[in-house]
Design a protein around this ligand. Structure first.
Ligand SMILES: [Zn+2]
Length: 130
């Protein structure tokens, strides 16, 4: 089966060469960085690598990069009903490794969701519609 793909612009939250967070909107990527366990004061938190954003004079720091990527474009399946006050999940299958994943959905989540699978030793972006 050939997986349908789309070219999309995404925003990645990076420190150095490593991508820690990603989103379809710049604001969301920034928020995802701030919520990440790697964001914080390394003197106070073993997992944190830093809590400052890169400026022109800085050598390091968090930055948001916009990039065009090819993402798989698939449909996931919703389980649970917000009306019934159930926990709602999005069940989706990675088209590259055939593994199933479950993502918690909140009421404000609008399709599609940008998700990743780390199979094939790289981040594969996947747009999941529901
Ligand atoms: Zn995969």
């Amino acid at each position: 089966m050939i997986t349908p793909t789309v070219e999309i612009e995404i925003y990645e939250g990076q420190w150095g060469q490593r991508v820690y967070a990603y989103a379809l909107k710049e604001h969301d990527a920034r928020q995802a960085v701030i919520n990440h366990f790697a964001f914080g004061d390394p003197d106070e938190d073993d997992y944190a690598i830093g809590n400052h954003w890169m400026t022109e004079n800085d050598e390091d720091g968090w930055r948001i990069t916009r990039r065009t990527v090819t993402a798989a474009n698939i449909f996931g399946e919703k389980s649970g009903d917000f009306e019934e006050e159930e926990t709602v999940h999005l069940i989706w299958k990675c088209p590259y490794c055939d593994q199933y994943f479950s993502e918690d959905l909140s009421k404000k989540d609008q399709p599609p969701l940008l998700l990743v699978c780390g199979c094939k030793n790289e981040m594969k972006y996947i747009l999941v519609n529901f």
